[in-house]
Write a new protein. Structure first.
Length: 88
């Protein structure tokens, strides 16, 4: 049986959200590999970057479910405590 999931990644200049049809029982890592995002964004390093499902940090071996949105998070490049706040 197959299920439908989404994969999202926001690179520095491009954002991608893909819908995929994957085998039931697939892990987050397997879905990311099937998505082709690792080839499209060579800066993605799954050994260092966090991933999640609908904003909740998850492990790469987590099994995905029908309708899940897998997200690959970029590292934070600015320390929010030291960045100057702008008045709105």
């Amino acid at each position: 049986m197959r299920i439908n999931v989404g994969v999202a990644y926001a690179g520095n200049k491009k954002q991608v959200w893909l819908k995929l049809d994957v085998p039931e029982g697939s892990s987050i890592q397997q879905v990311i590999e099937l998505s082709g995002l690792l080839e499209q964004f060579p800066e993605i390093d799954l050994s260092n970057q966090k991933v999640g499902i609908f904003g909740k940090i998850s492990k790469l071996d987590t099994t995905v479910k029908q309708g899940d949105r897998i997200e690959i998070y970029r590292p934070i490049t600015a320390d929010p405590e030291t960045v100057e706040r702008k008045d709105r």
